[in-house]
Structure formats: C-alpha cells, structure tokens
Design a protein around this ligand. Structure first.
Ligand SMILES: O=C(O)CC[C@@H](O)C(=O)O
Ligand SMILES: [Zn+2]
Length: 555
C-alpha cells in the first residue's frame, strides 16, 4: 500500500498524462491495482468482524435477562404457557430444542442471548422448521393456542429484536436455506429466508452477479432477516434500499396462511404493494420465508481508498467531489472519526493504514466495469483532493488483501466498541450539514453531567463518544463505549439524543430497526397518526399479538 504522501515523495511516475505541481506523480495505480474483492468466510469472524476475538471475560460474564433490564415490560397475560402437549405437537412438525426434552440451558442460550450479549430471553423451546409448510403449521397452532413467537435469523441484530424477552417460542430460520433459482439474464434470485447473505453472494458471483446488500455480519446474517429489518449496509449508496431491490416475498401470516407474493416483476401496479409491509416489519406481522431480489452485475473492477481529513467541512467537500467525479462508480463513502480508529488500533494491535492523526477518516470504494476508466476517474479525484488540501493523507489498496485490510478498519469498529465493558448505540438518519454535530453535542452533554472520562474526571464511566457510518446515506452510528452499563448514562442519553434528532426531522432508526431497544421512542420519528395506522395494520395481520411481542408495536 502506498500512502499518497509516499507516492508524492517517491515520485512514482505511473501517469499517462503529465500533471503539474506537487502532486504530479500522484496517480491511482493502473490495472495492477484493479481487482475483485471477495471477503471470504475464513477472514470474517462469526459476526462478520475481521479477526478480532472477544475478550474471555465478556464471554463468561452472565448476561442480564431483558426482563430485568426493562422492568417496565411485563409479560402479556393473553399468552398461554407452554405445556408438555404443545412440545409433543411441535415435535411432530419439525426438529426442536427444548428444556422439556433434555436440552441444556447453554443450548437454549444460543437462541435466547443476542450476539452483543446485551439481551437475554427465557425461551424454553426453539423450533427448527425445514420449509414454509412447517412454519404455516407452527403459526396456525400458536395462533390458536395464543403462544407468542419470535422469528430468528442469524441473530446478528443490534436492537434485541431477534431474541425473546420472556418465554416466547423461538422459530429459527436456519434450516430454510435453499437457493431456489437464479436467472442470469434478468439477474433475479429467489431464495429461502434462512440463506446466509455471504452464501447468496458467493452463489451469485459464480454467475457474474452480486447481492445488492453487503454488511459486516454477512458471514452470519440471513437474507430473510436482512429484509425483515430492511438492513442498509455498506453499499446502499450504489444499489439502493431493499425496498427497491426486493421484488417479492413469500410470507406466512400469523394464522398460518401462506402469502405468495414472490413476484419476479420489476413493474406491477396491480393494487397495494404488499411485500413492502414486510420489509422492515421486524417479524411483527408474519414470517418472511423466501424472497426474490434483483441483483446487480458483479463489478469487473473495484478500488478502495482511505483518506485522513482535517475537518468535517472538508469531509463534506470530499463527498461532493467524490459524487461529482466518480458518479456512477462510487459504491461506498464511509466516515470514521478519530475515536473509532484509536479503538480499532488499541483492540486489534494492528498498524494504522495512515500515520497522519486527523479527526476524520474516509473510506471510498469504486465499483465499475472498466478498470482503465475507473482508475482514470479515481486518479483525477485524488489529485483534486490533494491539491485542494481537502484530504491531508491517503492510501490506495493495491491488492485484494489490502482492500480487505482497509475495509477491516471500518467493518471492525462495531465489535471493538464493546470491549471496554459495554456500548450504547444510536443508528440515526440526520441531515448531512449536522451529521457530526450530534457526536459533539452528545460528548459535551455527557461531560456536563460528569460522566465522560477525562484527565480531570478519571472516574467517568463513559469511555468516549464516537461517530462513524454511511455518510453517503446520511446514516450516522453514534456509539458511546462505557466501562459498564449504568442507568445514569442511559438517562443522560435518552431522550436527549432522540429530542436532538426530532428537532432535525431525522430518524431514530436508519437501518437497525427498533426491536426492544428503541421501541419506546418511535414517537420521536413518527407522528401519532402514522403510529395509529401502523397499529391498525398490526391488529389486522396479528389480532392475537403473538408475533414478536414486546418489540416496537403492540396489537
Ligand atoms: O454497531 C453499529 O453501531 C453499526 C453496525 C453496522 O450497521 C455498521 O455499519 O457497521
Ligand atoms: Zn451501518
């Protein structure tokens, strides 16, 4: 990898046209640096974060029951208690895990506890249906018996939406993992909901296509879960939201009805677009069992650049220039602040990509079909950014491995944030002009409450306040790493953060969903009339309220 400054001083004359001034030799390398990025399973840990292991202490530490962390949530007395007869009935439908049939608490914990070890339910039964018909039978029975359920995909969520709160039955989607069809002419994939995102993507790559979504947890998360939470990920900027790329869903309604809206059509104006209701519904109106999705061509060329930037104003200028000059080949524009990068460096012990210590870092990715053309565009942008002083330093990946390493500095952030003891997370959409102001204001607010650790306050429980995310989509991840979860911090943050967002007409949940964590605060992003219509829909689909209860909506 060459840093831009290295390239400058080393005078690498790889340019095809003469340039003037101090950046005359600054060129994006030519075809030698054009490669495909294939992040393989072996380089991606269980939750998609590269090569970082969880500290042993946190793995051993007992996870609190969600019911204890949220005492205001009470078990709904409408729901029946599971009986031995129920267990027997489910055994006749599909494989099960149950305390009644001798499974250990540890086995059940894999489904009761989320990957961050922040939420813990008390399910005594996990069902492992093999197909849509099994799910139909299960839901029909649960609806009649008023047994509450939680659909669970790869259990990689960040808001506690995929794990039970009390004794809800977990319906694991792991065994629904068939790729049903792929048409290389139209680019349409039809697959079961439990297919792992990385598996779908690898299958598509064999046929010259890619899945239109990519995210750090791709090695574990399910495509059905992605659709149910309307995951955004790293390349929404380029390929758009799942609301646009998903063409159809097959879903089972709470009464067992199979809704076959597995359309292969891009255009279909025949009445309500029902699939849209399921995209982002978080398992509250039915279970998505399969999806059809329009997949883009696999790019022939990808480049990754990483820059050091001195101010947020310059970050914005860089973003505008990247859009203007890279236009259709820009596939990611990710922002990371200094705090996140210090934490990744500290926890992983890895050498930083750039020596320059600046308040901001930006990762830009291009994906295109013509290596020469892409290099040309990227070179022009790099020259402009360096000449104008918008970026102070930068590096360009020259191989697939280097690209993966650079992405590691971005994708590794979520996991390292929890290493100090815990982390409070806010996934928000806010207007770009104030994108980073939320981080600064939150930091100042926590300092004023005496909670932020500093030289003058070494006992502060808040380790830092950091921000990063998908700047290209106006989606900030505000994270507050702490030495321990503490009600004082939570009280200082909520509703402070939500009021701040509401004032800017932003969203309190850009791409992670609401789950348990944000359920109480939906009103900061949605008007009462909107919530009223949502409740009407919930009641219509799920009159007994058995689908993923205690999360953001109640029937
Ligand atoms: O942990 C977070 O706050 C964000 C996780 C994920 O959406 C990401 O963009 O890395
Ligand atoms: Zn994200």
């Amino acid at each position: 990898m060459n840093t831009l400054s290295t390239i400058r001083t080393a005078g690498r004359a790889t340019s095809r046209r003469t340039l003037s001034g101090r950046v005359s030799s600054l060129r994006a390398p030519r075809t030698a640096t054009i490669y495909q990025i294939f992040r393989s399973a072996s380089t991606v840990a269980a939750e998609g974060q590269p090569n970082i292991t969880k500290p042993k202490e946190s793995a051993k530490k007992e996870v609190r029951f969600t019911a204890d962390s949220y005492p205001e949530i009470k078990r709904d007395s409408r729901f029946a208690e599971l009986t031995a007869d129920d267990v027997k009935h489910f055994q006749s439908i599909c494989p099960i895990l149950s305390s009644e049939t001798g499974n250990s608490e540890d086995e059940l914990n894999a489904f009761n506890i989320d990957w961050m070890r922040k939420y813990r339910g008390q399910a005594r039964l996990v069902l492992k249906p093999k197909n849509t018909e099994d799910i139909s039978k299960i839901l029909k029975y649960c609806n009649e018996r008023k047994l509450a359920v939680v659909p669970q995909g790869g259990n990689t969520g960040l808001v506690g939406g995929g794990v039970p709160v009390f004794d809800e039955i977990v319906i694991s989607m792991n065994a629904l993992n068939n790729i049903r069809s792929f048409d290389p002419v139209s680019g349409i994939l039809v697959a079961d909901a439990g297919v792992i995102l990385e598996t779908a993507d690898s299958h598509l790559r064999k046929h010259g296509h890619i899945f239109p979504l990519d995210l750090g947890a791709k090695g574990s998360c399910h495509i059905g879960g992605n659709v149910a939470t309307n995951a955004g990920g790293l390349r929404l900027l380029r390929y758009g939201s799942l609301h646009g790329t998903v063409l159809g869903v097959e879903a089972v309604l709470p009464d067992g009805t199979i809704l076959d809206d597995l359309s292969l059509l891009r255009k279909n104006n025949t009445g309500y677009d029902l699939k849209q209701l399921f995209i982002g519904s978080e398992g509250t109106i039915g279970i998505i069992t399969a999806i059809s999705v329009l997949c883009p061509q696999m790019p022939k060329a990808q480049n990754v650049a990483f820059f050091a930037v001195e101010s947020f104003d310059k970050v914005q200028k860089t973003f505008v220039k990247a859009k203007q000059q890279l236009s259709e080949i820009l596939s990611a524009f990710e922002l990371m602040d200094a705090g996140t990068q210090s934490l990744v460096a500290k926890v992983t012990g890895k050498k930083r990509p750039l020596e320059s210590q600046t308040p901001f870092y930006v990762l830009i990715e291009t994906s295109g079909s013509n290596p020469e053309h892409d290099s040309e565009k990227l070179s022009t942008l790099l020259e402009d950014l360096m000449e104008s002083g918008d970026v102070t330093d930068g590096t360009l990946a020259e191989s697939e491995t280097q690209a993966r390493e650079l992405w590691g500095w971005r994708e590794g952030i979520p996991e390292v944030l929890g290493h100090g003891g815990g982390v409070y997370k806010y996934d928000v959409s806010i207007p770009l002009a104030e994108f980073y102001t939320l981080v600064e204001d939150t930091r100042a607010h926590l300092a004023s409450q005496g909670l932020l650790k500093s030289e003058s306050n070494p006992d502060g429980v808040v380790i830092d306040v950091v921000g990063y995310g998908h700047m290209g989509d106006s989606n900030l991840h505000l994270n507050i790493p702490v030495s321990q979860y503490d009600k004082r911090i939570e009280k200082a943050l909520e509703p402070f953060v939500y009021i701040w967002i509401q004032k800017r007409r932003g969203s309190i949940s850009a791409e992670h969903g609401l789950g348990v964590a944000k359920s109480e605060f939906v009103g900061y992003s949605r008007a009462e009339t909107e919530l009223g219509v949502m409740r009407m829909l919930k009641k219509l689909f799920d009159p007994n309220g058995i689908m993923n209860p205690y999360k953001y909506i109640k029937a």
